[in-house]
Design a protein around this ligand. Structure first.
Ligand SMILES: [Zn+2]
Length: 594
């Protein structure tokens, strides 16, 4: 977007003014001025979701005190026509002002939060849009609360107007969160782009080290696509005691980090992994995107079968980029890949839900997990990352290391984002992958993307002279298959694994396990063996033996006779094949950046 941002272009029809009269009580005060309305009434709407986080969150639930007036301050009538629409009667007025307040007390990357120390404005939950005017530019003026100093956002400032920003249209406004307060801001330049890091909440971060490592990630990722489309990019980082999450935007991102995680190696690399993930999204999903993901419908779910590409490939690349940037050793990188494979293969839902369906149903399944989700669903992040590796290795193998998944991503970006300026279809992505691979990808698509067949990992890892070894092979160990926690002092079942002894013999979620074979169960862990008394009462038995489990289900005592079956989980590790050929070494070198 290349608008000249001077005062003349800021003559927009829709202007927001945001103030904070009661930040300590978590309120955002919004005034929305709308001009040039030649009609009888106007529908003003609050989005129901935040793009990138595929759940209807009903942001209108936080709105209160809606009112409308003409330019002279005369009140205009309105009525709500559905959960997120306010219909204002215009009485032949073409200019109106709308006021409302938003209660904001949910600090996450996709919801808004205000307290005395700062405000985070997640725009789909703060700014309403005028039905039919989503393409209109607007301005946002922020009136700082007392003792607040600055605003950090990817929106461009309007010259000559303090804390005022221009959004070229509502898609860009909704893609540009704002951090307001006294955040600690530092900058670095990489790939020709000025990067701003806005840290809220303090923490033990080292700015020089972070700038250097984040710059490496930026350069490495830019090299995949051959260009960095932004001039300015903002990382908004919320440092809290628990951290968590990230949300991608066009030229910014919001990251949740643990305040004191920067000094230890695992915590620091975890943060860099999050940076690599969200930054990769500025290409993959924000620009190179499935058709359903932009322009968005803010009123309802937007369905796509391609989140295994948009999220899963991004999850593959985040670790791969740390490897290429030299922030992971090859060994560490393979450990991470191995962990992904184990996660996917040990989830019973992987045999039930195809990953393309997991994507489509993200709104009702991935974002609404329950006690049986592990048995019936697979994450499009985890499975998508594994499939990205499978595709990468298949392409590297079939082209003798000359081409890889990078070439598919770059070609797709060039064709659909830059040239055709639209989202891609499932078939277009597949066609490009097959073109680059120089072969049909029928098996991968039929069996692993749209099916639930076990992945023949050795076919793909074999291209790099590697093999998957199952350390559990030949091991026969009894297994109950129930996850438990202590709840109200009671050993309580929280999940039952599909096909396990617990599943087959009817142990249920919420059952309290009182005793096994007449021994009281407490979950106490033996300091020597590190196993709980519950686990001990199972692993000391033989497969095929029975245990007697005394339970309380909804207050009624009963005994279950459970015959123990064998643990059928995998413990995979990636190992070197014998007699590795030069072709295999070529692929390995290219994949692992050796
Ligand atoms: Zn993501």
């Amino acid at each position: 977007m290349s608008l000249t941002l001077d005062e003349s272009t800021a003559a927009t029809k829709i202007n927001f003014e945001v103030s904070f009269s009661e930040p300590q009580a978590h309120y955002i005060d919004v005034e929305m001025s709308i001009a040039d309305l030649g009609r009888d009434f106007v529908d003003i709407k609050m989005p129901v979701w935040a793009p990138g986080s595929y759940l209807v969150r009903e942001f209108a639930k936080n709105v209160e005190g809606f009112s409308a007036a003409d330019s002279k301050g005369n009140t205009l009538g309105f009525k709500k026509t559905n959960k997120n629409t306010w219909r204002v009667s215009l009485n032949n007025k073409s200019e109106i002002k709308v006021n409302y307040r938003v209660y904001a007390f949910e600090l996450s990357v996709r919801t808004s939060f205000v307290d005395a120390s700062h405000a985070f404005l997640s725009p789909t939950g703060v700014f309403m849009y005028v039905d039919g005017m989503i393409k209109e530019p607007s301005t946002v003026k922020i009136r700082l609360a007392k003792n607040w100093a600055k605003v950090s956002t990817g929106l461009e400032p309007v010259k000559g107007k303090e804390n005022t920003f221009l959004a070229p249209d509502f898609d860009i406004l909704y893609d540009s969160p704002l951090e307001v307060g006294n955040q600690d801001v530092f900058e670095f330049t990489a790939a020709g782009v000025r990067h701003e890091v806005a840290m809220y909440g303090g923490g033990n971060y080292d700015k020089a080290r972070l700038s250097a490592d984040m710059a490496k990630i930026v350069e490495t990722e830019t090299a995949v696509f051959g260009e960095n489309p932004n001039k300015h990019y903002v990382f908004i980082v919320h440092n809290t005691s628990t951290g968590g999450g990230g949300l991608e935007h066009l030229n910014s991102t919001v990251l949740g980090a643990r305040r004191l995680s920067y000094a230890d190696e695992a915590g620091y690399k975890g943060f860099l992994g999050l940076v690599a993930h969200e930054y990769f999204h500025l290409w993959n999903v924000k620009r190179l995107r499935p058709q359903a993901l932009g322009p968005f419908n803010y009123d309802q779910e937007n369905y796509t079968t391609d989140l295994w590409i948009s999220e899963g490939f991004t999850a593959y690349y985040d670790n791969l980029m740390l490897r290429r940037a030299g922030l992971y050793t090859p060994e560490k990188y393979l450990d991470v890949v191995n962990a992904d494979i184990n996660t996917v293969e040990n989830q019973p839902g992987n045999r039930v839900q195809p990953v393309s369906e997991a994507s489509f149903d993200a709104w009702i399944k991935y974002y609404r997990p329950h006690e049986n989700s592990r048995n019936s669903t697979i994450s499009y992040y985890d499975k998508g990352a594994v499939l990205a590796m499978v595709l990468d290795l298949e392409i590297l193998g079939s082209t003798k290391g000359k081409k890889g998944l990078d070439d598919v991503m770059k070609a797709m970006y060039d064709e659909y984002y830059k040239k055709q300026k639209r989202g891609f279809t499932d078939a277009e992505f597949r066609a490009m992958a097959e073109k680059v691979a120089g072969k049909s990808l029928d098996k991968i698509y039929n069996d692993y993307v749209n099916g639930t067949q076990p992945i023949s990992f050795n076919n793909y890892l074999g291209h790099a002279g590697l093999a998957l070894v199952d350390d559990n092979k030949g091991r026969v160990q009894p297994f109950l298959g129930a996850a438990t926690v202590i709840k109200d002092g009671k050993v309580t079942v929280t999940a039952v694994a599909r096909g396990s002894s617990a599943w087959n013999y009817g142990l249920n979620v919420n059952d309290e396990i009182i005793a096994i074979d007449n021994n009281r169960i407490t979950l106490a862990v033996d300091p020597n063996t590190k196993i709980s008394d519950l686990d001990r009462s199972v692993v000391t038995k033989k497969v095929g033996e029975k245990i007697q489990v005394l339970i309380s289900r909804d207050g009624l005592i009963q005994t279950l006779d459970i015959q123990l079956s064998a643990n059928n989980s995998f413990r995979y590790r990636i190992a070197e094949s014998e007699d590795v050929t030069e072709d295999q070494m070529l692929v390995r070198r290219r994949w692992l950046h050796l």
